[in-house]
Design a binder for this molecule. Structure first.
Ligand SMILES: [Zn+2]
Ligand SMILES: [Zn+2]
Length: 187
């Protein structure tokens, strides 16, 4: 069975080199729907607590929230960095506190200090799904990701072949030693 959660991000981007309006810098509110598949944990009668899926996903995905997402070869990138540098906000600001764990993968690199994500590919809804899956696949048994942004949407299904050990009391994933990080339950 699946447990499903949604979370929203607000972001700015553009399609560099694209012959349409989207080549101009603009913004969206995007919504992820993340479906996690596993057996039903008999102790709590759920696959996985939805608020925990949200928490795990948000730790990473908040890097895309209130962020500027640009492709690595976009000439706007050095221009923006220069402005942030001159303004003294490139390396962070006391009011920039909603920062996720920085990541650097094949597809994307996050700079949480200045709310910038540099991508290898154009950040379409399809591109966003590829990045999110790459970032979350080892943390959650993801069966499907849907991403909608304005009138655009895409989804991708994934085959889940493993099961995660979960706490029978709170439902969250046990750590490598078989201990629940929330309530201390031991397998
Ligand atoms: Zn757009
Ligand atoms: Zn527990």
């Amino acid at each position: 069975m699946r447990s499903i959660t949604t979370l929203c991000i607000q972001y700015a981007h553009r399609f560099y080199g694209f012959k349409g309006e989207a080549q101009y810098l603009h913004g969206h509110t995007g919504t992820f729907t993340i479906e996690v598949e596993d057996t039903i944990n008999q102790g709590v009668n759920m696959v996985f607590p939805c608020n925990e899926i949200k928490k795990v996903a948000w730790e990473i995905l908040q890097n895309f929230d209130h962020a500027l997402i640009l492709r690595e070869d976009d000439p706007l990138l050095p221009a923006i960095i220069e402005v942030y540098e001159k303004q003294g906000i490139k390396n962070g600001h006391p009011q920039n506190t909603m920062k996720g764990e920085a990541f650097n993968t094949e597809l994307a690199r996050a700079y949480p200090e200045c709310r910038l994500v540099v991508t290898k590919e154009t950040m379409t809804v399809e591109g966003m799904i590829k990045m999110a899956y790459e970032l979350l696949k080892d943390k959650l048994n993801i069966a499907k990701i849907t991403f909608t942004s304005g009138a655009n949407a895409a989804s991708q299904e994934y085959e889940v072949t493993t099961t995660k050990d979960r706490c029978p009391l709170c439902g969250i994933a046990l750590d490598d030693n078989g201990v629940c990080p929330k309530c201390g339950y031991r397998k």
